[in-house]
Design a protein around this ligand. Structure first.
Ligand code: HEM
Ligand SMILES: [Cu+2]
Length: 828
């Protein structure tokens, strides 16, 4: 056996998936990505069955297949499942699966985080879907508007709020993972402007998730506090306002539409050039438009609220902004069309789905331009016109591109090619069925049929159109099932797909099927389509001429490079399979699920399990001190095995997580100022605020704790570990004092959160800060223990770098909160 072969065997052994039941402890992106994709599709099928129930019920007038109450649950769950359990997760699933290959990485930087996210998604999804079998599914529509949803007595709304909050945790975890992946794990030389377009889209969408989901989580928090403890955030009689929920929901909800749409477009950006046999036209234009769409989409949320009686100036503004987003969206579509026109197109099933996607999406975009005109929206609001519009955008902008992606990437992931014949059948049935079903809905809507009604009278004249829609839905479902069947049917006797079946030019196709570690060796990249530009490319990689061609220490390793110009800076050791991510997810799942039933003891136990698993996970696997300083990555390139601070991937992950966390905080502050601008009686007459004395004391203690933590990092780096530990303890005490002082304000002034929205939001902010300070103390204690056990030293200090970074954010939140509740809007 040659050296090269021995190396290859070693790599395979290190990256091999565990066998038997231990398979489920795997954390590698190829495995987790596959579970994730399959699970998202399973939920999609479930949501599809619900859709068929809806359509069957509506097929004829006065139908009695399902009762009104059941119908409410069915359409709410259909919308919820499709949006939260399919549309967003499928992006993360596919990205986890294929992104590392495109970047030339062996895995994502935090494999256990992906696994944790997956298990959260699975547990939360089964919980939310399962509710319908107990007749307790949420039933107030997928956006849960109060007061309808707050006044309901059942637990449906709680399942929605808590189940989805839990799933959002998974979404954010994956977003952090993917963003750091694109920023830090690109192959050497893959300068930011050589990054595959898919990577750019992942970056944009990951960023959007960080700014869009936290407001919803903040909204969920307020909502659950109202349902559980009767704090009146949305209750008008006690100074609350249901419109606040609408704002928080749609600040999330509109970007969500683009969070769904952009990753699907990203798939088109990878597929279209392959079959047009030429590089994508207008790379920089596409990147700029993707950024522009992402940015603009945060300024449009009010177009979902045109009929709530807003001042006409904001109607005008948001109407114009909504039209403006058509520009960057259009640029992206035009770039694809020109690529197709400039190239010589090879006909294939993925290409068919791409073109179908463009056709359908453009129609959805056109009705979008129509409903963005406020007076038009007044007419069709909450009618079937909207149902038609939203399905044209979602199915054209998401489902069809995803199908294209599935057919395209199937050979890379499964080693076999899908049937061309079945693919063509599937496409035409889906395309025809979709249009037969949804085109008539525009008319049904114009004829006045409202959405969310469980039946209608025959005299309305909607019967024929509805029947047509139902027939179309079944045709569509048949087409979809054909493709699903083709994906899952046994195909052991079929020939293996050749490597790079579609003759694509991008890096992910350089890997051989079945190699869990991705590329045999990591190349230097100097082109956007390396496989087209260098005919010798794969041969050189397979010969092990690139970097990191071996795994001699038996560790899973990948390269970390610099953010802009992708210079190699570290060899990162990533985690091997283990059960901790799953256990942590089970613990956290227990917290959310038992809370729904108000079973407090199991909730506490779940939390303890979660805490134990996470701490153990951190303690045993992150920031481990390597056995040697640096190692040869190949060709004499010596790289460190450990870096801390700004250069490390962990620091970036913390930074990105905290950005999301801070956004949730801003959403709560938004609530505070929203109440103040909307209500003359905020605070209500006769109620005093928390005073300024306690808040000022609290702010000072927060600053002190922050300063001590920061100083501890510096002192530790200077080699004085003992003093550093002392400072950490002092920081912890200061933070504890800060907690007491934050609570003392509202407590001593007798603010009762159930009486009015003012005390309720003051308490919420205070509790938010206390929760963060408490986490900060836990981190200080953690660093203290690490230092004591020799796991944190002056040289190896990633832990305290990250904790200090956390404290920067926590301190700002603490101080801002204290200033707001202490001094605004009154000084007493
Ligand atoms: C087989 C394909 C589908 C059919 C036949 C279908 C049918 C329907 C119908 C008839 C409604 C209106 C229910 C009502 O207002 O009473 C609806 C609502 C909805 N659908 Fe679909 N749908 C399908 C696929 C999808 C997909 C793929 C998505 C998203 C990715 C989606 C997202 C939604 C949402 C968000 C609602 C709004 C739910 C609400 O009003 O709370 N649907 N669907
Ligand atoms: Cu919108």
């Amino acid at each position: 056996m040659t050296d090269r072969q021995a190396e290859e065997q070693q790599l395979a052994a290190v990256w091999e998936s565990p066998k038997g039941w231990r398979y489920w402890s795997d954390v590698n992106n190829t495995v987790v990505g596959l579970w994730y994709t399959a699970t998202a599709f399973a939920f999609m099928l479930f949501g599809g069955v619900l859709a068929l129930i809806i359509r069957t019920q509506l097929a004829v007038p006065e139908n009695t297949l399902v009762e009104a109450e059941t119908y409410n649950q069915v359409f709410t769950l259909h919308g919820t499942v499709m949006m939260f359990l399919f549309a967003v997760p499928i992006f993360e699933a596919v990205a986890i699966l294929i992104l590392p290959g495109m970047l030339g990485a062996r895995d994502l930087p935090f494999p256990r985080l992906s696994a944790f996210g997956y298990w959260c998604f699975l547990i939360g999804g089964v919980f939310v879907c399962g509710s319908i079998f107990f007749n307790s599914a949420p039933d107030a529509g997928w956006f849960m508007y109060p007061p309808l949803s707050t006044e309901q007595s059942g637990i449906g709304a709680d399942i929605w709020l808590l189940g989805l909050s839990f799933i959002e945790v998974a979404s954010i975890a994956a977003a952090v993972e993917l963003i750091v992946g694109v920023l830090k794990c690109r192959a050497p030389g893959m300068h930011i402007n050589l990054t595959p377009l898919y990577g750019w889209y992942v970056l944009v969408v990951g960023g959007m998730i960080l700014f869009a989901f936290p407001p919803l989580i903040a909204g969920d928090l307020l909502f659950e506090l109202e349902r559980l403890l009767d704090w009146p955030f949305f209750d008008v009689t006690r100074g609350g306002d249901p419109i606040l929920w609408q704002h928080l929901f749609w600040i999330f909800g509109h970007p969500e539409v683009y969070i769904i749409f952009l990753p699907a477009i990203a798939l088109l950006a990878m597929i279209v050039p392959t079959f047009a046999r030429r590089p994508i036209a207008g790379y920089s234009w596409i990147v700029l438009s993707a950024l522009g769409t992402g940015f603009l989409s945060f300024g449009l949320w009010v177009h979902h609220m045109f009929t709530t009686g807003l001042p006409s100036i904001s109607l005008g503004f948001f109407s114009a902004a909504s039209e403006a987003v058509a520009i960057p969206t259009g640029i992206q579509i035009f770039a694809f069309i020109s690529t197709v026109m400039l190239g010589s197109v090879v006909r294939s099933v993925p290409m068919l789905f791409c073109l179908g996607a463009l056709a359908i999406f453009v129609l959805g975009g056109l009705t979008g331009v129509m409903v963005a005109v406020a007076p038009f929206d007044f007419q069709v609001h909450d009618s079937y016109f909207i149902v038609a519009h939203l399905h044209y955008t979602l199915i054209g902008g998401m489902l069809f591109p995803v199908m294209a992606g599935i057919v395209y990437y199937y050979p890379m992931v499964r080693g076999k090619t899908l049937s061309r014949k079945l693919g063509i059948w599937s496409f035409w049935l889906m395309f025809a069925g979709f249009n037969i079903s949804f085109l008539p809905m525009h008319l049904t809507g114009m004829l006045g049929m409202p959405r969310r009604v469980f039946t209608y009278g025959a005299e309305r004249g909607w019967s024929e159109l509805n029947l047509l829609s139902t027939v179309g839905a079944f045709v569509f479902a048949a087409g979809f099932l054909i493709l699903v069947w083709d994906c899952v049917r046994p195909r052991r006797h079929e020939p293996d797909a050749p490597r790079n079946v579609w003759r694509a030019g991008t890096l992910e196709w350089a890997a051989r099927f079945g190699d869990n570690y991705g590329l045999r060796s990591i190349p230097h990249i100097d082109s956007r389509y390396p496989l087209w530009d260098d005919k010798d490319f794969t041969r050189k990689l397979d010969a092990g001429e690139g970097l990191l061609a071996n795994a001699e220490e038996g560790k899973r390793e990948t390269l970390v490079t610099s953010v802009l110009d992708a210079k190699p800076i570290q060899i990162l050791r990533v985690a091997k399979p283990g059960w901790l991510p799953m256990i942590a997810a089970i613990g956290l799942g227990a917290v959310f699920i038992f809370m729904t039933f108000k079973w407090w003891i199991p909730t506490a136990l779940g939390f303890a399990l979660f805490l134990w698993a996470t701490l153990r996970w951190l303690w045993t696997g992150t920031a481990e001190i390597p056995e040697k300083e640096s190692k040869d990555a190949g060709g004499g390139l010596m790289l460190p095995l450990y870096v801390s601070g700004v250069r490390s991937s962990g620091w970036w992950a913390m930074f990105i997580t905290m950005t999301g966390d801070f956004t949730a905080f801003l959403a709560l502050l938004f609530g505070y100022f929203f109440f103040w601008t909307i209500h003359p009686d905020f605070p209500p007459p006769g109620v005093s605020g928390p005073g300024w004395v306690w808040p000022v004391l609290a702010a000072m203690a927060v600053m002190l704790s922050w300063g001590l933590t920061f100083a501890s990092r510096l002192v530790n780096a200077a080699g004085r570990a003992g003093q550093a530990r002392f400072l950490l303890v002092a920081g912890g005490i200061a933070a504890f004092v800060a907690c007491l002082a934050v609570l003392a304000g509202p407590w001593t002034s007798g603010l009762d959160p159930t009486t009015h929205s003012y005390p309720a939001i003051v308490w919420t902010l205070a509790i938010w800060v206390v929760a963060h300070l408490a986490t900060g103390v836990l981190m200080q204690v953690y660093c203290f223990a690490r230092s004591l056990h020799g796991k944190m030293t002056p040289r190896y200090d990633a832990d305290i770098w990250n904790v200090t970074l956390y404290w920067h954010f926590a301190a700002i939140m603490g101080v801002v909160t204290c200033l707001v509740i202490g001094f605004f809007p009154m000084l007493t």
